[in-house]
Ligand binder design. Structure first.
Ligand SMILES: Nc1nc2c(c(=O)[nH]1)N=C([C@H](O)[C@H](O)COP(=O)(O)OP(=O)(O)OP(=O)(O)O)CN2
Length: 164
């Protein structure tokens, strides 16, 4: 029996999304609106299956790409930030922080179920969605997985699912 564990990793030129955001930090300070070209990589660890795969690259790549596309050319807004209130006003979403506000067409936004659109939380969101998408398709949900997101050159955040 093969007691070794292996890792597969996918990252591709099309696993990149260009989006706007602003975060709060140091308590209740709020950044100015800006954007990044976020790059995504996913790693799965485990033993080999009957195909001698840890996990099928193609399934991992295609599901990740679909999630990344949902965020591409969108404004990313936090649903649960204690300092940024997001509300619907007609066909727009209005975000209010103290006396500042921003209004965006709804269909150009993604409201993420996070408290802040930091790179760490975006990585966690993508990983949770990916795990849900695998389960919905009846595919194995990896015990041990990492989603890595690069916000700016050389600035990566990783969310871990340490099981398995
Ligand atoms: N661990 C984290 N640290 C920081 C995050 C984060 O998500 N996780 N985010 C930020 C801000 O969003 C900040 O705007 C990062 O943007 P960046 O362009 O990298 O910052 P700079 O001001 O240095 O930009 P340059 O264009 O490179 O000058 C901060 N920290």
């Amino acid at each position: 029996m093969d007691a070794n564990r292996y890792t597969v990793r996918v990252t591709k030129d099309d696993l990149v999304f260009s989006a706007g955001h602003f975060i709060t930090f140091n308590g209740d300070e709020c950044e100015r609106i800006h954007g990044h070209n976020w790059r995504v990589a996913v790693e799965v660890d485990g033993p080999l299956d009957e195909n001698e795969y840890v996990f099928d690259f193609i399934a991992l790549r295609d599901l990740t790409r679909a999630l990344v596309l949902e965020l591409d050319h969108r404004m990313l807004l936090p649903a649960r930030n204690p300092h940024i209130a997001v509300s619907e006003e007609g066909s727009n979403l209005v975000c209010r922080y103290r006396d500042r506000y921003w209004s965006f067409p709804k269909d150009e936004c993604v409201v993420l179920p996070v408290s802040n659109t930091t790179t760490e939380r975006i990585a966690e969101y993508l990983g949770d969605r990916l795990r849900g998408a695998l389960a919905d398709r009846g595919l194995a949900v990896p015990g041990s997985m990492r989603v890595m997101v690069e916000e700016n050159f050389g600035q990566w955040a990783t969310a871990h699912w340490p099981g398995g």
